[in-house]
Design a protein around this ligand. Structure first.
Ligand code: GLN
Length: 488
């Protein structure tokens, strides 16, 4: 087995037993990165020199007996997470030359634990999209099938994991951006409870929905990363001051007797047959381990998409107002006759088409005269969605769902019709509207060999339940152990 094929927890164990060094591991991962990047384009910035330096320091730290489980592990970070002194672009021309003067809390925690940074991963521009095709730096390809998109917006993170150019990654999820690429690339992605991981230093898309989270090859890997990332941060006003449980302990907890809800509204026409079959097999597997499947209803499912796209674009239009060519990033070379013209030039050139579309939509739904009809209505609908889940979790411990209605589509299929792509978010959006945790785990492959994920949702701060169910699933399946055949 190649070192880059190890799961994060396997590597952590080998490092702890001193069977391998971080330098060896990091060299293997960097060689894999060099080999795969020309065909996959997972990274916007690679940091091999830094990684080697960090690996050497990690080995020293271990020799001194001060290692954590993450010390010496090569990780990638989505390029919306600030890294001091390392370019952070949000996959946009607007921030092409932006070098943050400080680390995000996520970055700081990982570095303090001794992690090794392989680079900053590609994404949809400002995390807007679900295919990684709206990046200013070109699309990422899916390691399982180079013709397919990897999902998005954290597509570079998922693809780098599937390919072996890192052993873990941190993505962000506003409406599915961790879980969808995880599903399409055959890895595990966890979107935690809103407020569990600090958003400080993460470039904002829609602040009431954005949440960072871990991506890994196994549920155990994700638990390990979550343990380091979760926790109160006074620099984020929405951070939850709560006790952080032992996530590792959740991995071996009994799932027998847990009640798993299956929403009637999720299994309807429009759901691809192969996805439905994989999800049903996954449910049967869990039922075989003593999990009780309970039919439930989420009556406001039909409002998920419209509610989300009004709230997300409204918040985006406000968050992205700061990019005007003066304080940050790109400045149009021909500045214009007056201030307004210079803003227009900078924003017209600095933002891509999808970002501009969303700023326009968001500005429209917030404008006087339309605010009540759209934004206020959407906020009310959001409350109804929250209430749906509230009711459901009176009956069940967790809820099962598909992640995306189809396996990954071919690259290029998305561009022509944004609406088709928005509709693909139906199963991932509710977690963000409600702030609940959700996880995608590998659950099968399509006849074309493209991975399919199973999604599990839990009540607020019950990441533990997701980890217990996911770990049980992975003890009884081997989808997560399969690796794509190199097509480079
Ligand atoms: N696909 C959704 C969107 O485009 C979600 C993206 C995300 O989670 N960042 O808004």
């Amino acid at each position: 087995m190649n070192l880059y094929d190890l799961s994060l927890s396997q590597a952590a164990q080998l490092l702890a037993q001193k069977q391998i060094s971080s330098l060896e591991l990091t060299k293997a991962v960097l060689a894999r990165q060099e080999e795969t990047e020309p065909s996959l384009n997972c990274y916007i910035t690679v940091t091999p020199d830094l990684a080697l330096d960090q690996a050497r320091r990690a080995d020293e730290r271990r020799a001194q007996g001060k290692a954590t489980p993450l010390t010496g592990i090569p990780l990638s970070l989505k390029d919306v997470i600030n890294t001091q002194g390392i370019q952070t672009t949000a996959a946009s021309r607007m921030l092409q030359n932006f070098t943050p003067p400080y680390d995000a809390t996520v970055t700081r925690r990982l570095l303090a634990a001794g992690a090794v940074l392989t680079g900053k991963t590609n994404a949809d521009e400002f995390a807007m999209g679900s295919t990684t095709e709206t990046s200013y730096f070109g699309p990422t390809r899916n390691p399982w099938d180079l013709k397919a998109f990897p999902g998005g917006s954290s597509g570079g993170s998922a693809a780098s994991l599937a390919a072996g150019s890192c052993l873990g990654s941190i993505g962000t999820d506003t409406g599915g951006s961790i879980r969808q690429p995880a599903s399409h690339c055959g890895i595990v992605g966890l979107k935690p409870t809103y407020g569990l991981i600090s958003r400080y230093g993460i470039i904002a898309y829609a602040s009431s929905l954005d949440q960072a989270g871990p991506m890994g090859r196994s549920v155990a890997d994700v638990a390990l990363l979550l343990q380091i990332l979760a926790g109160f941060d006074r620099k984020d006003s929405t951070s939850i001051p709560c006790e952080i449980p032992d996530y590792n302990a959740a991995l071996t907890r009994q799932v027998k007797g847990l009640r798993l809800g299956v929403p009637r509204e999720f299994f309807v026409s429009g759901l691809d047959e192969e996805v439905q079959a994989a999800v049903e097999r996954g449910l049967a597997l869990l039922a075989g381990q003593g999990v009780e499947l309970v039919p439930i209803s989420l009556p406001h499912t039909q409002y998920f998409i419209s509610t989300y796209y009004i709230i997300a674009t409204a918040e985006a239009s406000s968050n992205l107002a700061r990019y005007e060519g003066v304080k940050y990033g790109y400045s149009a070379p021909r500045q214009g006759a007056n201030l307004e013209e210079s803003y227009l030039n900078t924003r017209g050139q600095g933002f891509g088409q999808e970002v501009i579309r969303r700023i326009m939509l968001g500005t429209y739904v917030l404008s006087s005269g339309y605010y009540d009809a759209y934004y206020a209505k959407a906020s009310q609908a959001r409350t109804l969605v929250i209430e749906d889940f509230h009711q459901a979790f009176r009956q069940v411990d967790a809820i099962a769902a598909p992640v995306a209605p189809h396996p990954a589509l071919d690259l290029g299929q998305a561009g022509a019709d944004p609406l088709t792509i928005y509709l693909r978010d139906i199963y991932t959006i509710p977690c963000n509207l409600t702030g609940l945790p959700g996880m995608s785990i590998p659950a099968g492959f399509s006849s074309q060999g493209r991975p399919i994920g199973l999604q599990l949702l839990a009540p607020r701060l019950r990441e533990n339940t997701l980890l217990s169910l996911g770990a049980e699933f992975q003890r009884n399946s081997d989808f997560h152990q399969q690796r794509p055949v190199s097509q480079e």
